[in-house]
Write a protein that binds this ligand. Sequence first.
Ligand SMILES: CCOC(=O)c1cnc2ccc(OC)cc2c1SCCC#N
Length: 389
Amino acid sequence: AAHAFWETQPVTQFSAERSAPELPEGAIQPPQKVEDVRQEPYKLPSAYEWCTCDVNDAQEIVEVYTLLTNNYVEDDDNMFRFDYSKEFLRWALKLPGYTSQWHIGVRAKTSKKLVAFISGVPARIRVQSAVVRMAEINFLCVHKKLRSKRLAPVLIREITRRVHLRDTWQAVYTAGVVLPKPLATCRYWHRSLNPKKLIDVGFSRLARNMTMARTIKLYKLPEQPLSPGIRPMHPADVPAVTALVTTYLQQFAIAPVLSEEEIAHLLLPAAGVVSSYVIGGEGGRVSDLCSFYTLPSSIIGNPEHSTLKAAYSFYNVATSVPLEQLMTDALILAKQDDFDVFNALDIQHNEAFLKDLKFGPGDGFLHYYLYNWRLNKELQPRQVGLVML
Ligand SMILES: CCOC(=O)c1cnc2ccc(OC)cc2c1SCCC#N
């Protein structure tokens, strides 16, 4: 049944033979007009109704948080479940140009309980040389008790309809599962900052020839950053950081095109949400940037620890110091903020520092997908510049 759904969608099918000549790259569907888009919402099972979640409403953001913290993505061993905070969700869903029409909920008609959610935010994504207006689709979640009721395909069709109504015909999304057809398949790497806790929860194991004391020593970091002059980013840095990031992202096959407003929203430090540090260059320029976002996870069923404090590598640009040194500073700054682990995908230039900075490969993959855009060749992780929250 899952394949039946994806076979109806404008995505590259698995069956796409190594046809020669290859089908043309770019939009899969012919251009459509907004006035031809279906006006009515798709049909839900009779006990449920659509709603639009107002993330500015204190109560409604709590409902979205509660649904996700109890029912969103878990790792394969059900050891962790993402615990996106309310502040993080507001930040991720209120990107410049957002519309609450793309913050879609499903409620039980009787109890009015929120039982499912899917979101989209507008983005300009460059795919090779084409800059395409897209929706970044995220936070697809169906309550555990309503799984295999085929609600996810209805949520996907409904957000597609609402995205079409705003004259947007492409989307980008990621998933830990393989769907037709990955644009790129990336791997998570983890750098212990609190090795004892990661061993306590059973994520890491003590190496047979190592004591706990030796293991703690192995992951120990300096108290202070190595790069002279590294400091938190502040509003006056936005133009220079936008220039630095824009130049840096040119080299990747898929990357966001970010305005100053989007750089300000995404990168200006927000406690418990996103941390960004810069090294100043001459004349108000910024020569280096490192950033990471805060995404805790619930630790499922552990008597000793309930939450894992995880930092996720975001956008990092090194032009005046070695990338390894800049990322070591990111680790030091994350450790100072009491993070237990620093996570990074093998995208951007990350392969250059993962092993040397003592990251270990995770057992999870993150697949990137495009909706209604064909690329004839799968990308290598190092060709990916886009980080999805
Ligand atoms: C200690 C290393 O693992 C994680 O940080 C972690 C935490 N929470 C999760 C929740 C759901 C989940 O579902 C795939 C994975 C994790 C992971 S590993 C993959 C993310 C990264 N890095």
